[in-house]
Design a binder for this molecule. Sequence first.
Ligand SMILES: [Mg+2]
Length: 227
Amino acid sequence: MKNVTNWVFDLDNTLYKAECGLFDKVHILMGRFIEEKLNLSSGEAQALRSKYYHQYGTTLRGLMIEHQINPDEYLNYVHQINYDVVTPDEKLRDTIKELDGKKFIFTNANYEHVEKVLEKLKMEDIFDGCFDISESGYLPKPHKEIYDSFQEKFNLDNSSTAMFEDLHVNLKQPFAMGWKTVWVTNNLEYNLNKDVNQQEDIQKIIKEKGYISDVTDNLENFLNSIK
Ligand SMILES: [Mg+2]
């Protein structure tokens, strides 16, 4: 991490912990949207949400491809949540602010959501740029083209860029591009698609995948340890 001058952060479940439940609220509304639009039962809708998420990278992508859903309508609907569960993290804020170089948000959510989350975290003013899902025609990470667009938008040197993400699959492409990759294990259930929290699973994944440079369950501690 010594020569890193571009710090790229995923937003949800990376800059705040999954336990706060914000994303659970989004998931409920995703399910409700699918129920209403496709006339499904609640159980069927949640199963479809999960299926598309794993198949396409986001539920939205699946809905766009399979059902021609309007992305803005969907994104506005699923983000009608109370953001109060996200609370300020001033230590993490200061740690990121003090990093030497430029800091970016790279998210599969939209700008409106980013603004609301950053406001709650009190991190509105510490990032140099943000890349949301609308920038790429709603094609999400982990699609390869999106990382190229991100890199071009901010004119980043691949060898001095590091990315921090809770979904390790989203680190595969940046690692191939020469970025350092850090898996922030805030959100293991989604990564492993089961309810676990075991060190041996983490180590097994790191070994098997080969695209994870580092791992941490505490972003602030990790960033302080590499200063
Ligand atoms: Mg995330």
